[in-house]
Design a protein around this ligand. Structure first.
Ligand code: F3S
Length: 411
């Protein structure tokens, strides 16, 4: 391939400016050059015309359960030679263990040691070791219209839909390459034309709490990688939108949704001549109830109730604390969140209340990426449709999908 020294050059179908050319040619080292190769290859596949500067990255591919030995070796090799490579604020997705308390919670020893090496390798590269799928709750908060490269599907859905930032659903290696280069390929959800609605759903009933995850699961199956537009009868809470996006992204491949009069780009979603002609689907209470019933795989009680998918906010932890206050919990209870949110829960006294009832706030991990199938659990209670979707398929365990008031049993 012949590269020119002009201001903009063409590589495959993509133009690079002078700085990008230097990165690609290896002037900033081989890891930067290899990362540029990844971004250019992706851009070529999706016919991007250029790269775009990004303001943050969120990197998946962290749990030893998902990346295994090959991933561990790759990251340790990378971090051996190149330290602090990351050029923009970057955060990590959940790992397979509570990094601070894995021994006391009974995470397998060998697994835990390898998991810690993975996170340390990312840390050496400069990625913040805040292992969470809700980076927007801990300071990785893009502004409206910012281009970023995030890879956790639930976070991408929240980012595009609720915050109005712009990201495709990146794979882990692509997000890491973007974190290193500070760029991503300009295609897909970075462009206005991919952000218009492709399907409209009219709710004929008010919804709350668990209904949002259930609705997302149902609609995700129907729209695949489309962009659903919702007309709701009530206003949503932030945590409900977190659940909606997570389940849309798990049963389908949704990266963006709009809610009329709520989300920041719902007007843009209608900026398409086809909008008026899109078929409107009516969603009834019965649709939601039937979908909810079908998500559980057993009628037995949960031996482990696992909340916080996506990772719990301070408000959600407060809700659990208020529910269990002064009582003794019969099942095991994990509330999964980030180290940052737990610090606030500690200060507010919520941790003490939950632990007083026999529950635990678990850091850095969750019911899907932790090796819970090797920890003696059989029936997992979840209030997340995404978790209900994945626990049977990824962990091979039974799942009970319900709200926390029905899942948590007391002595
Ligand atoms: Fe997060 Fe795990 Fe759910 S990574 S979105 S808590 S499956």
């Amino acid at each position: 391939m012949i590269l020119t020294i002009e201001d903009k050059i063409m590589v495959f179908s993509m133009y690079l400016n002078n700085e990008e050319e230097k990165m690609y040619q290896g002037e900033y080292g081989t890891t930067v050059a290899k990362s540029m190769e990844i971004l250019i290859a992706l851009g070529d596949i999706y016919e991007a015309s250029s790269l775009v500067d990004i303001t943050s990255a969120q990197v998946s591919g962290v749990s030893y359960k998902t990346i295994g030995e090959a991933g561990l070796e790759y990251l340790e090799d990378l971090s051996k030679e190149d330290v602090n490579l990351v050029s923009i604020p970057s955060t990590l997705n959940p790992a397979g263990i509570d990094l601070d308390n894995w021994r006391s919670f009974g995470f397998p020893v060998e697994f835990s040691k390898k998991q810690k090496r993975i996170v340390e390798a990312y840390g050496k590269l400069g990625v913040s070791e805040t292992c969470t799928c809700t980076p927007y709750l801990i300071g990785n908060v893009p502004r409206l219209g910012d281009h970023v490269a995030w890879s956790e599907s639930s976070a991408v859905a929240y980012l595009n839909s609720v915050i109005g930032g712009r990201s495709n659903r990146e794979g882990g290696p692509a997000a890491l390459a973007s974190a290193i280069c500070g760029k991503t390929a300009m295609y897909g959800y970075h462009e206005d034309e991919s952000r218009v609605a492709t399907a409209i759903f009219d709710l004929d009933v008010e919804i709350s709490g668990l209904d949002y995850g259930t609705l997302g699961y149902m609609v995700g199956k129907e729209v695949g990688d489309g962009v659903p537009y919702f007309s709701l009868k009530n206003r949503s809470k932030s945590g409900e939108l977190k659940s909606l996006g997570a389940s849309l992204a798990s049963s389908g491949a949704v990266a963006l949704y709009h809610i009329e009069n709520e989300t920041p780009e719902y007007e843009l979603a209608k900026n398409d001549n086809d909008f008026k002609t899109i078929e409107r689907v009516k969603v009834t209470n019965e649709d939601i109830l039937t979908t909810k019933e079908n998500l559980s795989t057993t009628n037995e009680e949960a031996d482990l109730v696992c909340l916080g998918c996506p990772h719990a906010s301070l408000e959600e932890i407060k809700e659990v604390a208020m529910f269990v206050k002064g009582k003794t919990i019969k099942n095991q209870l994990w509330v999964c969140t980030s180290i940052n949110i737990k610090a606030s829960a500690d200060r507010m006294g919520y941790t003490r209340i939950i632990e007083g009832g026999g529950g635990h706030i678990i850091l850095d991990t969750c019911m899907v990426v932790a090796p819970i199938e090797d920890m003696g659990y059989r029936n997992i209670g979840v209030d997340s449709a995404k978790a209900a979707n994945y626990v049977p398929s990824i962990c091979g365990l039974n799942v009970i999908y319900d709200n926390l008031e029905n899942l948590i049993k007391f002595k």
